[in-house]
Design a protein around this ligand. Structure first.
Ligand SMILES: Cc1ncc(COP(=O)(O)O)c(C=O)c1O
Ligand SMILES: Nc1c(O)cccc1C(=O)C[C@H](N)C(=O)O
Length: 404
């Protein structure tokens, strides 16, 4: 007997599902934490943009609205998902490029004011691009990386960070939700620890923006980055966002000083002079087309409310854990059992999960696989039903049996 049906019947957000492309099909989508489904309204919105804005306004669109879109939409994102007051968030580039710009800007500022601060603290299970960018900047600026060793099923704890930071620390780079195990960091506490040591902290919000409430101003975070193609459903390669706390903006110089970050881009004068505020962190022409789709999702997130979205996310991941416990005895949970320590996905471990994932994809059940032996179940709260979770875990049980 289905245990999902009463959960779907009682779910106050269940009706949002029909507002996504493909939700009517039998496909089970467990990868909303890698690429969110399109919002149905996006097709019309893109068509209207091509016809009316791009096609109708042509280059006038820049003066009329596009120049301001990176910061206007950034403010919307800040209000709806990030707990960030206006003037601190901008959209553009990729997460990787934002990481480069903001890490470089931060360490240069700290080293300028205190040359003894020559270390970037980062954990071994941080997302590869974060680690690689930090390595590159350390080599470029003669800094050292101090690694916090983290198990693949956990994240950085307060004790670990306290031990790692000190008088040498310039910057701490952390993920709010770990990409492998979904460990949810205690961001306010970890931010406080970094600040007590005199360091700045950068939060990677890729796996939390749109799924887990974030309070950048409340945490007193310094910097943050994140993508918009996961829980913000902006589409493949949609532009990322960067946040710089207002109290730091005037002190930071970002390294890609392009014309769009200039105080007066159309002056086209001889030297670079950075714009005031968040605009100085923009480099080249903003990717306007790439910002169209995420607007549909931001509207849905605002309508549902990020706290209600988190409540559904906790219910979905808890249901997945419960089904795994009862129907997959050979599988171990690689994510925190306590929902307060878990983000929006659940990782189940078994040595055969790579083969299981391949089988599932052939059957229109789409999780993803991350070494070592992790089947990742990403549950996008507005587009995922409990029924989908139940059918997906039944398919995992079948595939595990077949591969034994
Ligand atoms: C935590 C985290 N940081 C960064 C990225 C990727 O950055 P980019 O969009 O630049 O590829 C991802 C996912 O791809 C991620 O999960
Ligand atoms: N960004 C991705 C891509 O361009 C291709 C394939 C997957 C991705 C992802 O988003 C992976 C994801 N960030 C992860 O947590 O593993």
């Amino acid at each position: 007997m289905s245990t999902a049906a009463p959960l779907d019947a009682a779910d106050p957000l269940a009706h949002f599902r029909e507002r996504f492309v493909g939700a009517e099909s039998d496909l089970v989508y467990f990868d909303g934490n890698s690429l969110g489904r399109p919002v149905a309204a996006t097709a019309g919105r893109l068509g209207a943009f091509v016809r009316d804005d791009w096609g109708g306004r042509l280059i006038r669109g820049w003066d009329e609205q596009w120049m301001e879109l990176p910061t206007r939409l950034g403010d919307d994102l800040g209000r709806i998902c990030l707990g960030a007051a206006p003037g601190q968030t901008a959209i553009g580039d990729s997460t990787t490029v934002w990481l480069y710009k903001l890490i470089r800007a931060a360490v240069d500022h700290v080293v300028r004011t205190d040359p003894a601060r020559t270390e970037i603290v980062i954990d071994t299970d941080n997302f590869p691009t974060d680690r690689y960018v930090a390595e590159g900047i350390a080599a470029e600026r003669g800094l050292t990386l101090r690694w916090i060793e983290v198990e693949t099923s956990a994240g950085v704890t307060a004790d670990q960070l306290r031990e790692a930071v000190g008088e040498r620390t310039a910057l701490v780079v952390l993920c709010h939700v770990a990409y492998r195990a979904a460990w949810l960091a205690d961001a306010p506490e970890l931010t406080r620890i970094a600040h007590d040591a005199g360091a700045l902290v950068l939060w990677d919000l890729c796996h939390s923006a749109g799924s887990v409430p974030v309070a950048l101003d409340g945490w007193d975070a310094d910097l943050a980055v994140g993508c918009t193609y996961k829980y913000l459903n902006g589409g493949p390669g949609s532009p990322a966002f960067g946040y710089v706390n207002a109290r730091l903006q005037a002190d930071l110089t970002q390294p890609i000083q392009g014309w769009m970050g200039h105080a007066d881009p159309f002056l086209m004068g001889p030297g670079y002079a950075p714009a005031k505020g968040m605009r100085r962190f923009i480099s080249g022409t903003p990717p306007i087309l790439g910002m169209v789709a995420m607007q549909s999702m931001l509207e849905l997130v605002e309508e549902a409310g990020i706290e209600a979205i988190r409540a559904k996310s906790v219910a979905l991941t808890s249901y997945a854990v419960e089904l795994a416990d009862t129907t997959l005895p050979a599988v171990t949970l690689a994510s925190p059992r306590d929902p307060a320590q878990r983000g929006g996905h659940v990782t189940l471990h078994h040595d055969r999960m790579r083969a299981v994932t391949a089988r599932l994809w052939e059957r229109d059940v789409i999780p993803d696989y991350r070494d070592p032996g992790g089947l990742r179940i990403g549950l996008s709260p507005l587009s995922t039903s409990f029924d989908e979770v139940e059918r997906g875990l039944e398919a995992v049980a079948t595939a595990l049996r077949e591969t034994s």
